[in-house]
Design a protein around this ligand. Structure first.
Ligand SMILES: CC(C)(COP(=O)(O)OP(=O)(O)OC[C@H]1O[C@@H](n2cnc3c(N)ncnc32)[C@H](O)[C@@H]1OP(=O)(O)O)[C@@H](O)C(=O)NCCC(=O)NCCS
Length: 177
């Protein structure tokens, strides 16, 4: 993604008015899932357990991501990157990368407000989903287990231990040069 297109893209916390347009992206990106609006509305209302962000370009919502704290509000938060989606016409141009890299520091800031810190990140996806590469490149996540029989295909569970935001940002800045 060029510096110009990066500048045209805004990653921000979702507000209530974003739920319908974000649900449209969710519906298109996840054709096997249903009731996208209700799902995202629940996520939005569960703040700060879940934190929902959108990607906006030229006034249009083109992507979404949400992160969810696991197993209570801990001093070292274990956070799941629960879902990420980019509009099918806008995929593979770097928006997913920006969604992760720009929202995670905001997630960490929110966690820091209660005197806690971001610890590990968990993610799961289908074994055949190329998003594994995205998680490896952005977060340094590694496969920890594959579980069968949950969804329509085997699911890989990935973990990025002890997230160091400064290090991740430097690594990603070097990559985009
Ligand atoms: C997964 C998804 C969020 C990625 O967003 P994106 O904007 O397309 O991702 P990016 O353009 O930032 O690409 C990041 C990396 O993913 C991989 N990738 C992206 N598009 C790819 C494609 N068409 N084929 C193979 N790998 C691809 C590459 O490794 C890429 O890194 P690179 O730019 O260094 O080559 C998006 O494709 C999507 O919405 N998919 C449908 C929903 C989904 O499966 N979500 C994940 C499960 S929760």
């Amino acid at each position: 993604m060029t510096e110009k297109s990066k500048a045209d893209l805004v990653i921000r916390r979702a507000v209530a008015q974003d739920i319908w347009p974000a649900a449209k992206v969710h519906e298109l990106a996840f054709p096997r899932q249903t009731f996208s609006h209700d799902w995202l509305d629940c996520v939005f209302r569960s703040f700060p357990k879940s934190q929902l962000f959108v990607a906006e370009r030229a006034g249009e919502i083109v992507g979404l991501i949400f992160w969810t704290e696991k197993s209570g509000f801990r001093k070292e938060a274990v956070v799941e990157l629960e879902q990420i989606a980019v509009h099918p016409n806008k995929q593979s141009i770097g928006i997913g990368t920006q969604l992760i890299m720009q929202s995670l520091p905001l997630v960490a800031e929110k966690i820091a407000e209660r005197g806690a810190k971001l610890g590990h990140v968990l993610i799961n996806t289908r074994v055949d989903n190329y998003s594994q590469e995205l998680y490896r490149k952005t977060l340094g996540a590694r496969p920890a287990a594959v579980v069968s029989g949950l969804f329509t295909a085997d699911e890989v569970f990935m973990v990025a231990h002890n997230i160091d935001l400064a290090k991740l940002q430097t690594k990603n800045m070097q990559k985009s040069k």
